[in-house]
Design a binder for this molecule. Structure first.
Ligand code: KG4
Ligand code: ZN
Length: 360
């Protein structure tokens, strides 16, 4: 299908309830985001210092219908204008995934529209095609709350994994460090804010895996080093917290830079010269220091650096609608009995990583 496609996308796999309408104009063209309604459940989870799955699922139930109505209204489209409905079917917190998936399947059945069950990670992976009309293949660093992976994106549903985390995901490390320093939830933006006033050279933290061959990551040693450091300092002043946050962030930037450099060297055998692009996606891609550091690495290796605008780094319905549109354009629709999946690796031969599937 090469004509324009207008898709409603629904995302409920973690702590954002989101619905959006996106139009795929045609092949090799950026997508048009007609609406992008997001309800962030920060206030619901903040008292607990992290996402509580049961609270998340209930909040999705409460807010999703209203968000879908808003997305349709903002987009100025009616049900007859839609070509299909897409929802995240995993990976993620299963209670939340069920809410979005069931809603989307119900709407698709009632309206007689094609239904697309979208892998949340594919939503992040394809966002750069919506924003920048990127051709395949490209190198992708996917860094979110539950996943850290380096992949060659070869096509829709075609991912070749070069590396992954052997323990914690990057976003998870940010969230744990934020908790440890009492910076609150969500952790990534809190650490970034604190780090602005910090001295990144005050604490020489480890840079796990750097200098080694391959593209795998490890963050649990870094997290433990931060814990030992803060325990050793006793009561932390605001300056201590800022310096630890900045030192941690600098260590993460060095690790990701080193791993991406290995991936770019490896991928140069797979990705032809005109296609050498490093794309960074997922919530952690919102971090400014990381964006700057990875841009330097990309340019040093002759890669173009592509990162979505800030509001499209974290979870949105737009990324799910776009992935749904890409799938529908290829005729890839899903049956109405498609089930939710807590785990769902992008590359079929992936070994399950510890902690994967807890957050998408
Ligand atoms: O992709 P995302 O919104 O949700 C998942 O699919 O997990 O990513 C959320 C993760 C969280 O761990 C959050 O702390 C992290 O992304 N994050 C950041 C920043 N903004 C969000 N990490 C570092 N710096 C940020 N500015
Ligand atoms: Zn995500």
């Amino acid at each position: 299908m090469n004509g324009p496609l207008t898709i409603l996308g629904i995302e409920t796999s973690c702590d954002e309830t989101a619905a959006a309408v996106v139009r795929r104009v045609g092949p090799d063209r950026p997508g048009e985001i007609l609406s992008n309604a997001v309800f962030s459940q920060i206030e619901e989870h903040a008292p607990f210092g992290g996402v509580v799955p049961e609270i998340a699922a209930r909040a999705h139930v409460e807010h999703l219908d209203g968000l879908i109505s808003r997305a349709m209204k903002d987009a100025k489209v009616g049900w007859d204008d839609l070509d299909g409905i897409a929802a995240t079917a995993g990976p993620g917190l299963i209670g939340g995934v069920i809410v979005g998936l069931m809603t989307a399947k119900g709407l698709a059945a009632a309206r007689g529209l094609p239904f697309m069950a979208v892998n949340h990670l594919e939503g992040h992976a394809l966002t750069a095609r919506m924003t920048d009309a990127l051709p395949f293949p490209y190198l992708l660093l996917l860094v979110s709350g539950g996943h850290s992976q380096l992949l060659v994106v070869e096509g829709i549903g075609r991912y070749r994994r070069l590396g992954t985390t052997i323990d914690d995901a990057v976003g998870e490390a940010f969230d744990k460090v934020a908790k440890l320093l009492g910076l609150g939830y969500p952790g990534g933006p809190a650490v970034e804010r604190a780090a602005q006033d910090g001295d990144a050279t005050r604490f020489p933290l480890p840079r796990p895996m750097t200098g080694r061959p391959g593209c795998d990551f490890s963050f649990s040693g870094l997290k433990t080093a931060v814990r030992q450091l803060s325990d050793g300092l006793g009561t932390l002043s605001e300056q201590d917290k800022a310096d630890i946050a900045a030192s941690f962030q600098a260590a993460v930037a060095d690790v990701l830079g080193d791993r991406c450099e290995n991936a770019m060297a490896l991928a140069s055998d797979i990705i032809p010269p005109g296609h050498r692009r490093l794309v960074v996606a997922g919530g952690v891609a919102a971090n400014m220091l990381l964006r700057e550091r990875l841009m330097v690495s990309a340019h040093a290796f002759g890669y173009e650096f592509v990162v979505p605008p800030l509001k499209l780094c974290t979870d949105t319905g737009a990324m799910i609608a776009w992935a749904g549109a890409e799938r529908l354009a290829l005729g890839l629709t899903d049956p109405i009995d498609t089930g939710p999946r807590a785990r769902w690796p992008l590359d079929p031969d992936a070994a399950p990583a510890r902690g994967a599937g807890v957050k998408a």
